[in-house]
Design a protein around this ligand. Structure first.
Ligand code: AMP
Length: 420
């Protein structure tokens, strides 16, 4: 086969989709419990939304976006993340006129031109929660609690919450000067990207994953020592809130995250089970994002969790065994007339809410039984010519191997009783 899926893009096949839906189901239920309502955002947006929102100097905008011109000459971009779109939708549809905060839940694929590796793809799926319209530090705590609850509800253990505050633009300015001073005589030890970042956006150096840069960052001044009184208070209240809920967290003064829109709180949930790509979810507060994309000041806080990485951890920890359920009934038929009866019965069963299938390849009895097994059918209905001539059907329980004869007219009530 010459044409394969593009690099870094994968099919999510039957067998895997059940895992996807399982995680999505847990997230959707949590969204209801925490009162976050589902929003579905477009797959592409005006490029400007992301370049202004996420920041020109970020890796995402400078080298990872799938940007194209449409036939009308507009520059459009496949969404690399959901927050900017959700904020845009909030502004466009005047959610500021509703009671605040407004809370949103989203689930869907994102697109980034990254170097593919385990846990890193060019099309990947995110679960996203965003709360817009309140600067209350308890809302930061709610969002972190929600992220933690998501992992807990999925049964994932060996996790760590890392938090930081990167302050407001005022705090960042003072910190950037201190950071630049610290790095000035170490520039030649930094990677090429970081040498560029030193000029364009020095905070991004804290986010570099290269070991050589990380070891330099370890001795750098801490942004939490440069917070203004308001940002300091906010951070204290976030920590108090986390303590109030007994949520375990670790302070990581270098956690800036890869997007420029964050202000004050940033956080990640890290899994010890993953390799280099160990962040299961990440997020924070972004009080200036709405303003930066041309709207009014709307404070917000949220996070995104990566589906691929969550599924990887669930698989490793053996927490997904039950997701691939089989069907209720497989109908095996022998002969033309029996096949017709089987087909009619199949239709009736399905309309009764029973999951059912049959053979369409005219295989022999043994081969059809094998298919039933592969499809993990709970019961097999066998309609042969002999059975049909006396109006009977055999029902075989695949677990116990027990077989019963039931008259064709009683099959439905028999199966209804069984399904109850
Ligand atoms: P971000 O949108 O960069 O804050 O990332 C939020 C979460 O999305 C991360 O913690 C990952 O779980 C996931 N994620 C980000 N980028 C990728 C990628 N290229 N492939 C797979 N998952 C990703």
């Amino acid at each position: 086969m010459e044409i394969t899926a593009p690099r870094g893009v994968r099919d999510i096949l039957p067998g895997e989709t059940e895992k996807w839906r399982f995680v999505e189901g847990v997230a959707y239920n949590l969204a209801k419990r925490y009162n976050y309502r589902e929003i579905i955002i477009p797959i592409f947006e005006h490029t400007e939304l992301f370049s202004r929102g996420i920041g020109e100097a970020t890796d995402i905008v400078s080298k990872e976006m799938y940007t194209f011109e449409d036939r009308g000459g507009r520059s459009l971009t496949l969404r690399p993340e959901a927050t900017a779109s959700i904020v845009r939708a909030y502004l466009e549809h005047h959610f500021e006129q509703k009671p605040q905060p407004q809370k949103f839940y989203f689930f869907g694929p994102m697109f980034r031109y990254e170097r593919p590796q385990a846990g890193r793809y060019r099309q990947f799926w995110q679960i996203d929660f965003e709360a817009l319209g309140s600067p209350d530090p308890l809302l930061d705590v709610e969002v972190i609690a929600l992220a933690w609850d998501l992992m807990f509800s999925l049964g994932i253990k060996n996790l760590e919450i890392q938090i930081n505050s990167i302050g407001c633009p005022k705090c960042k300015e003072g910190y950037k000067i201190a950071l630049k001073e610290y790095l000035a005589d170490k520039l030649n030890l930094l990677c090429e990207d970081c040498q560029r970042r030193y000029e364009t956006n020095v905070l991004r150096i804290l986010d570099c994953k290269r070991e050589s840069c990380r070891s330099i960052v370890e001795g750098a001044p801490k942004i939490t020592d440069y917070l203004c009184a308001d940002c300091k208070n906010h951070f204290e209240e976030v920590k108090e809130g986390l303590d109030l809920l007994s949520l375990p967290y670790i302070l990581n003064p270098y956690l800036v995250r890869g997007l420029d829109y964050y202000t004050r709180t940033t956080f990640e949930i890290i899994s010890y089970k993953l390799g280099a790509q160990n962040a299961l979810c990440g997020g924070g507060r972004y009080d200036l994002l709405a303003f930066e994309i041309g709207g009014s000041m709307v404070p917000g806080v949220g996070f995104a969790a990566g589906l691929e990485r969550i599924v990887m951890v669930l698989e490793e920890e053996g927490l997904l065994q039950d997701t691939e359920k089989g069907i209720d009934i497989f109908i095996v038929s022998i002969g033309e007339e029996a096949k017709k009866q089987a087909f009619k019965l199949l239709h009736i069963l399905r309309r009764e809410g029973i999951s059912a299938d049959m053979d369409y390849t005219n295989k022999n009895l043994k081969a059809q039984m094998k298919i039933a097994n592969q499809k993990k059918a709970a019961k097999v209905l066998i309609i042969g010519e002999d059975e049909l001539s006396v109006g009977m059907v055999k029902i075989r329980d695949m677990d116990s191997g027990k077989q019963e004869e039931v008259s064709l007219s009683d099959v439905l009530s028999y199966l209804r009783r069984w399904k109850k």
